[in-house]
Design a binder for this molecule. Structure first.
Ligand code: C5P
Length: 218
C-alpha cells in the first residue's frame, strides 16, 4: 500500500490549516484539523458551564461530545459550529482546555483511529510527537510572533473586523506559552520533523516546500 500520512505541527496562526487544506486537495488526501476538535471541546465546556476541575463532570461532558466533519464544516452534536469555534474567546479557552489529560486522551485516540486508514493530513501541536510519530512526512511550521500577528491583523482588517495589533500579538504569545509549557503533548518540534520557517514565505511557497518532501511514488 502506497498511501501515506502527513503530520504538521506548529504554533497558533502559522497557517497550518490553510496550507494543509491546499496540500490535501493537490494530493487527493483528507485534511483533519485537530485544532478544530479541541475547539469543539472547549466550546461545549464553555457553553455548558462545565466545571473542568470536577473529574466526573469533565468525563461526562467528554462522553457527550460528538464531533463530525462534513464538507469543510464542523459539527458538534449535529450543530454546525464552524464559525462559533473561531472566536477569540474560544481560542483562549481552547488553549486551556487542551492541557487537560482526559481531553487529550480522547482526542488523540480519535485522531489515531481516523488516520489509521492512511491518506490523511493532520495539523496540530502534537501530531509528529504523539499522534502519528510514524507518519511518512513530518513537518514543523514556524513563524515569528510578529509575522503571525501581522498576518492575522491584515486578515481581520480585510474582513472589515476591528482589530488591535498589540492585542493580537499578546494573545499569540500567550497561546504559544500555554501550548508549549503544558505537561502533556506540549508543542515542540519532533527531532525528525522538517522545520519550515514561513516568516518570509507566501502560501504558495510553503505549499511548494511541503510538496518537495512528499515521496514521489505516493
Ligand atoms: O490550531 P488551532 O489554533 O485551531 O488550535 C486551537 C488550540 O487547540 C491550540 O491553541 C492548542 O491549545 C490546541 N491544540 C492542541 N493540540 C492539537 C491541536 C490544537 O493542543 N493537536
Amino acid at each position: 500500500d502506497q498511501k501515506i500520512n502527513i503530520a504538521i505541527d506548529g504554533t497558533s496562526g502559522v497557517g497550518k490549516s490553510t496550507i494543509a487544506d491546499i496540500v490535501a486537495e493537490k494530493l487527493h488526501m483528507i485534511h483533519l484539523d485537530t485544532g478544530a476538535m479541541y475547539r469543539c471541546v472547549a466550546y461545549y465546556l464553555v457553553s455548558h458551564q462545565v466545571d473542568i476541575h470536577d473529574p466526573d463532570a469533565l468525563n461526562q461532558a467528554l462522553a457527550d461530545i460528538h464531533i463530525r466533519f462534513d464538507h469543510k464544516k464542523v459539527y458538534l452534536n449535529d450543530m454546525d459550529v464552524s464559525k462559533a469555534i473561531r472566536t477569540n474567546e474560544i481560542s483562549m479557552a481552547t488553549s486551556k482546555v487542551a492541557a487537560l489529560e482526559p481531553v487529550r486522551k480522547k482526542m488523540v485516540a480519535l485522531q489515531q483511529e481516523i488516520a489509521k486508514e492512511k491518506g490523511y493530513i493532520l495539523d496540530g501541536r502534537d501530531i509528529c510527537t504523539v499522534v502519528l510519530p510514524d507518519a511518512e512526512v513530518k513537518i514543523f511550521m514556524s513563524a515569528s510572533p510578529s509575522a503571525r500577528a501581522d498576518r492575522r491583523y491584515k486578515e481581520y482588517r480585510s474582513q472589515g473586523i476591528d482589530a488591535n495589533y498589540d492585542e493580537i500579538l499578546h494573545d499569540i504569545e500567550q497561546r504559544d506559552y500555554q501550548d508549549s509549557h503544558r505537561t502533556i503533548g506540549p508543542l515542540k518540534k519532533a527531532d525528525d520533523a522538517t522545520e519550515i520557517d514561513t516568516s518570509q514565505m507566501n502560501i504558495q511557497q510553503v505549499v511548494e516546500a511541503i510538496l518537495q518532501l512528499i515521496p514521489i511514488d505516493k
